[in-house]
Write a protein that binds this ligand. Structure first.
Ligand code: ZN
Length: 155
């Protein structure tokens, strides 16, 4: 295992052990709130995610989940990445992370995009394993669906 792969592994283990955003936070007045439950049947991963949006900015992400360390760590990393971001930036990050997952382990061509992903580049190796890609994308699917349900994307 290369030094970079070890670093990636450590990021995933840290987030799996100490997940950020875990524990659903109740909806707050004045914020658009959406919730989504997503299941990855091939691995047994589950996540229920709640998002709060105010003035076009993701103000909070909270979730409950169970499953493999990749699914839990990826949801944790995503929570850190998207909290405080405008919706357009969240949509872009979602696209960039999907590009990473389609890279078959090679990573992204654009260094700017890799910078945007931050800790989420730790899942570069995951993209070599088709069965695990769904684990890494579970939280992102829950976020996208929550945002759609919140009504914040309209208008
Ligand atoms: Zn999994």
């Amino acid at each position: 295992m290369s030094g970079l792969e070890q670093l990636y592994q450590q990021v995933i283990l840290d987030h799996a052990k100490n997940p950020h955003g875990r524990g659903l936070v109740p909806a707050a007045d004045g914020l658009a709130t959406g919730e989504s439950h997503q299941v990855n049947p091939t691995c047994g991963d589950e996540v229920t995610l709640r998002v709060a949006v105010g003035d076009g900015i993701v103000t909070g992400v909270s979730w409950e989940g169970q499953g493999c360390s990749i699914s839990q760590a990826s949801t944790s990393v995503m929570t850190d990445l998207v909290t405080g971001l405008p919706l357009a930036d969240v949509a872009h990050l979602d696209q960039v992370f999907h590009d990473l997952m389609a890279s078959r382990g090679t990573g992204l061509d654009s260094e700017d995009d890799e910078d945007l992903l931050g800790d989420a580049t730790a899942f570069t190796g995951t993209s070599k394993f088709p069965a695990r890609i769904k684990c890494a994308l579970l939280g992102w699917a829950a976020l996208k669906d929550s945002l759609a349900r919140s009504g914040a994307l309209a208008g």
